[in-house]
Design a protein around this ligand. Structure first.
Ligand code: CU
Length: 161
């Protein structure tokens, strides 16, 4: 129930963000495409089909280690994410446009937590995981959308080959 409310709030904020973006685009940047709601970054993976696990550390230095990951198209990967810092960090998978839009939402509502399949939000010292199937060749970005973190460089990319 709590999760549903959270998502509803996020949807409302996202709608506001999109409206603001549209207004901005109308102001002279009309060629900027809106981020697609269902961007081709892949989908939640079946844990039984995981072919590889990759450890990713998050630190208070605002970095992911590694920040560059390579996978094969069609591969289901388990990201074992560890928050090696003391403050909350998260790893959110998305297109760069999606991440930026969500980051703007987080700046307005810092208490927001990402609980979707493409994200894991962790208190300091905690570990979690994302099981994800990377469908298409290309680049899937990831980032920590806690206020100040993404812009400090807490981001990375998965190259899907
Ligand atoms: Cu962070």
């Amino acid at each position: 129930m709590k999760g549903t409310l959270l998502r509803t709030t996020q949807a409302a904020v996202l709608a506001l963000t999109i409206s603001a973006g549209a207004a901005y685009a109308a102001g002279g940047h009309g060629d900027h495409a809106m981020p697609a709601a269902s961007a081709p970054i892949g989908k939640a993976g079946d844990p039984a089909r995981v072919t590889r696990s990759i450890d990713v550390d998050m630190t208070d230095a605002m970095r992911f280690t590694p920040a560059r990951i390579e996978v094969k198209a069609g591969e289901t990967v388990r990201l074992n994410v560890r928050n090696a810092g003391r403050i909350r960090h998260e790893l959110v998978l998305g297109t760069e446009a999606d991440l930026k839009a969500h980051y703007d939402m987080m700046m307005k509502d810092p208490g927001m937590r990402h609980e979707e399949a493409n994200a894991v939000s962790l208190e300091g010292g905690k570990s979690g995981q994302i099981v994800w199937r990377f469908d298409k060749a290309g680049t899937v970005s990831f980032g920590c959308l806690e206020p100040g973190h993404y812009t400090a460089g807490m981001k990375g990319a998965v190259s899907v080959l």
